[in-house]
Ligand binder design. Sequence first.
Ligand code: C5J
Length: 226
Amino acid sequence: MSIVDAEPYAFTFDLASTALVIIDMQRDFVEPGGFGETLGNDVSHLQAVVPPLRSVLARAREVGLTVIHTREGHVPDLSDCPPAKLTRGEPTLRIGAPGPKGRILVRGEYGHDIIDELAPLPGEPVIDKPGKGSFHGTSFGALLEERGITSLIVTGVTTEVCVHTTVREANDRGYECLVLSDCVGSYFPEFQRVGLAMIAAQGGIFGWVTPSCAFLSSLAPSEVPA
Ligand code: C5J
């Protein structure tokens, strides 16, 4: 077992039953010139997540942790998108509209894919999700069950939307979630701060929070190949 210093108290996990989950590190959210920036957001807050997350991903691969990536988006005919979401917002910025990196939140478009720095390796599952949470309308839950995963190390964007929704869904399903504070990002610094505080509040109401350096140093030397 590994133990990490965390809020609100130490998080214990076993590598064999733990997955690193990387949520929606997609070009349209993270890169300059993407959909996120078109909405008026400052993407530098999300780009700051990339270097620490790359280190965590590299170490996770070294120690043989299960790595699961997710992408938010819809099938090209938008048949998996509820009308209430399709008609929301300014018409040129709606789901399916043409965006700077392809149709907004549509699978197969350039902007929908994961940034090169965190590209999945062959064999690493990529869960395409039509919603904010990773369980809704996906095989994520079945995959975790199949692999005997009970603990999730959660990273990605955005903290208060897809990360929060996934952690809440996972918590209700009995998974233990550790959120790496510098490996999740929000366009809004106040949402980042409060979003993280909410997870660990009240004795860990949804989960645990810790910086990536604590997680990395928790991996016992015996678990790192020579
Ligand atoms: C948003 C996400 N913010 N991945 N998506 O719409 O958090």
